[in-house]
Write a protein that binds this ligand. Structure first.
Ligand code: MLT
Length: 406
């Protein structure tokens, strides 16, 4: 009789956002008359920008014509998109990244979870705590995370780096040396950022101990302060120690469209001199047939002059929501952080409630959905995340409802 991959059995319960989805669905079924406001999962609500829609229409028309029809996309991405990314996201910011170091995919979530495949099974991983659950869960599936301790809610082989109010939600270097370090800035879930000097510290540390930083920059478009780096490649030495992952979901509203990319510099090599660039290309070629042409054309439009202007407005819209949440809750007496360079607000649960107690309280008493901090890791207990990706009207309404809780 066949056996399943036992590593999957070590995962606690269902995936965080699936659990939330199920709870909300059950509540809605029992109370169909209630108007629920969803500020849980970081899903966008604004329609795709006109420049993107126009590019997609044009690409659809090309697919209808014998001369311009496209079949399989190149597995690493179309040249037109890889060049646009290299120029706009990197070279224009002074980062030395070439188009052929960019691997286009169907989203950063897949890349974040798949990238661990190219590393040895005994690599030690370090993650911020709280953390986007995908990093840990994908390493659990690969058998790299060790055993789950139900008391501490931690995996034995994972190095957790607590991010608390005490350290301004910014991790310290771990006591034991990791091989792979996951960093996400601007941070999901806390909304915290680090300065360029602080990120340089991580790059120097990784180069010194021979580790790789897996840098998730999905929320880069939300940076508003000058000393916050947009890419890890702004730091000297990052080409020999860092892989960066980006998404079109948050900066361009592609959550339902799917597009992302990963940067693997050619200098990045393991202890035996094996280049990760070649391994990731090999993986892509074997397991992936490339993001669709129509979607990559939509991605190219993100970098057009019209696209840039329209998306700037979209980001400003969501950041206005972030301000509405931050200011409104602070004024009401909540303890809040984040929301300045990120579309997430991180708040302390009132009255020493656990994160899930507050989730239930919010859902049942004011019909607002958020994300319990403990779902992101043990240091998230007693915290709660709200997203700024709702509509303005719903965001205002949610804040007014939450004010009645204190
Ligand atoms: C989140 O809510 O943390 C994100 O939207 C999830 C994701 O991007 O996969």
């Amino acid at each position: 009789m066949f056996k399943v991959n036992e590593n999957y059995l070590k995962l606690p319960g269902s995936y965080l956002f699936s659990t939330i989805g199920k709870k909300v669905a059950a509540y809605t079924a029992a109370h169909p008359e209630k108007e629920i406001i969803r500020l849980g999962i970081g899903d966008v609500t604004q329609p795709l920008a006109p420049a993107i829609i126009e590019a997609m229409h044009k690409a659809v028309d090309e697919m209808a014509c014998k001369e311009t029809f496209k079949g399989y996309a190149p597995d690493l991405g179309y040249e037109f998109l890889r060049s646009a990314i290299a120029k706009n996201d990197y070279q224009d910011r002074g980062c030395d990244i070439a188009a052929d170091e960019i691997f286009v995919s169907d989203g950063a979530k897949c890349d974040c979870s798949n990238i661990q495949e190219i590393f040895s099974a005994d690599c030690r991983i370090a993650v911020c705590d709280p953390v986007y659950p995908v990093y840990v869960d994908s390493n659990v599936m690969a058998g790299r995370a060790g055993e789950y301790n139900t008391v501490t809610e931690m995996f034995s082989n994972v190095i957790y780096m607590p991010c608390t109010e005490g350290n301004n939600f910014s991790p310290e270097f771990p006591k034991e040396n990791p091989d792979l370090i996951y960093l996400c800035y601007p941070n999901n879930p806390t909304g915290a950022t680090i300065t360029k000097d602080e990120l340089q510290g991580w790059v120097d540390y990784a180069n010194k101990i021979g580790a790789v930083i897996l840098y998730d920059a999905a929320y880069e478009a939300y940076i508003s302060e000058a000393d916050v780096p947009h890419s890890i490649y702004e730091c000297e030495g990052a080409r020999t120690c860092a892989i960066e992952m980006r998404s079109f979901s948050k900066n361009a509203g592609f959550t339902g469209v799917r597009l992302g990319f990963t940067v693997v510099p050619k200098e990045l090599k393991d202890a035996d001199g094996v280049a990760l660039h070649g391994l990731w290309a090999r993986r892509h070629g074997t397991k992936y047939n490339g993001a669709p042409y129509i979607i990559q054309k939509a991605g190219e439009a993100v970098y057009s002059e019209a696209g840039k202007a329209q998306l700037k407005e979209q980001v400003a819209y969501y950041m206005n929501n972030a301000k509405v949440i931050y200011d409104g809750l602070k004024e009401a007496g909540f303890s809040v952080s984040g929301g300045v360079n990120a579309p997430y607000i991180w708040l302390k649960t009132p009255g020493n409630m656990t994160s899930w107690e507050f989730f239930d309280h919010l859902l049942e008493d004011v019909n607002v959905v958020g994300t319990p901090g403990s779902g992101f890791g043990p240091s998230g207990e007693g915290y709660f995340r709200l997203t700024a990706f709702g509509t303005y009207e719903n965001t205002v309404k949610a804040v007014e409802r939450m004010k009645t809780l204190l």
